[in-house]
Write a protein of this length. Structure first.
Length: 354
């Protein structure tokens, strides 16, 4: 793999005490192009602008998928990747759904290792820090005919990060707009899914809510996700989360929490959840905890749910499943707890960076 190192690192001039999520990027990026029916060699370059034609298909038809991953640094100053195999599988599932050629495993895995080896100092070991990793693929051939692209670009960029959300999480049930319709691309990590969510989210923000609870596109009576998170309800001593469908993204954090919950003897149900069931459950005290999960947020408690004009406050409880599972998950991610599940892997460079 060809590696061109930056001549001037931005590491020392970066204020790590002020990192608005996803706005500060590390020194290098990986790029690889698909042309003439095959993926070419990957290359690592200094982070910076790329050249793109105004006629590039991604600009006109949104043919693009991405992943969200995190790396952590343990007490031995080693960089740990969390469940990279699952991210690799998911980006290719998303690619297939959007008629994008799959990324070969060696390009994805070796590219991650080399890029993170080179920029390992951007991954801080201090409490609360991680290195957010964004692999993505976009249609790059020129032409405005409404058809799949013949050329694609795969890239990986990284961003040092702390918390995604600050303060309380108050959400509102969305009954008009939908995140993804049945039969669409909701189960893929497609760029357009997020673009479509910005307008209703902005409307909710203007009313004082941090996020939405998305409901099904047909009847708007079943709960699907909350903002960019999978959503969970604690009903007594049981956790309930919406079952996956073609309109719900299967989160890797979601799957990890499922596993950890079961290993802790917590009963988990994956099923359809009615909005009315949640409203009545919170009112009656049957639902005692609500939280979201995702790569960026890990596990994020939800403080209130507003349905129409009624605000339902979720009380703080002494023994929180969200806090317990978050601490265990983050302990594994940072190498503080034994990884009995084989979820973490050390970043090891396979080429000389001298």
């Amino acid at each position: 793999m060809k590696i061109t190192k930056t001549s001037i690192s931005r590491l020392k001039s970066t204020d790590f005490s002020n990192l608005p999520f996803g706005t500060v990027f590390s020194d290098h990026m990986l790029i690889c192009n698909f042309k003439d029916g095959k993926w070419g060699p990957a290359e690592i370059l200094p982070y910076g602008p790329i050249s793109i034609s105004p006629g590039s298909k991604v600009l006109h038809y949104g043919q693009s998928v991405f992943e969200g991953m995190k790396a952590f640094k343990n007490s031995n100053n080693e960089v740990l990747l969390f469940r990279k195999e699952e991210n690799y599988k998911r980006i290719n599932r998303s690619a297939v759904r959007l008629s994008i050629p799959e990324i070969p495993e060696d390009i994805f895995m070796n590219g991650l290792d080399e890029l993170l080896s080179l920029d390992n100092e951007w991954c801080k070991a201090d409490e609360g820090y991680s290195l957010y990793i964004r692999p993505f693929i976009f249609a790059s051939s020129e032409g405005v005919k409404a058809s799949a692209s013949e050329e694609y670009t795969f890239m990986i960029i990284t961003s040092p990060s702390t918390k995604y959300y600050e303060g309380e999480m108050n959400v509102v049930v969305e009954e008009h707009f939908t995140r993804a319709p049945k039969g669409g691309v909701g189960s893929a990590k497609a760029a357009g899914n997020y673009a479509a969510s910005f307008y209703p989210t902005k409307q909710a923000n203007a009313k004082g809510f941090q996020q939405l609870i998305w409901t099904d596109s047909i009847e708007h009576k079943y709960i699907e996700e909350s903002g960019t998170m999978n959503i969970w309800f604690r009903v007594g001593d049981k956790l309930v989360t919406p079952e996956l469908s073609d309109s719900i993204l299967g989160g890797i954090t979601r799957e990890s929490i499922l596993t950890l919950a079961k290993n802790n003897g917590i009963k988990v149900e994956q099923r359809k959840i009615l909005v009315s069931e949640v409203v009545e459950g919170i009112k009656s005290g049957i639902i005692i905890e609500v939280f979201g999960t995702g790569t960026a947020v890990t596990v994020n408690p939800i403080n209130s749910i507003t349905f129409r004009d009624e605000k339902l406050v979720i009380p703080t409880i002494e023994y929180s499943y969200a806090i317990k599972l978050k601490q265990e998950l983050q302990g594994i991610q940072k190498g503080k707890l034994e990884d009995k599940l084989g979820w973490t892997s050390k970043v090891v460079s396979k080429v000389s960076l001298s």
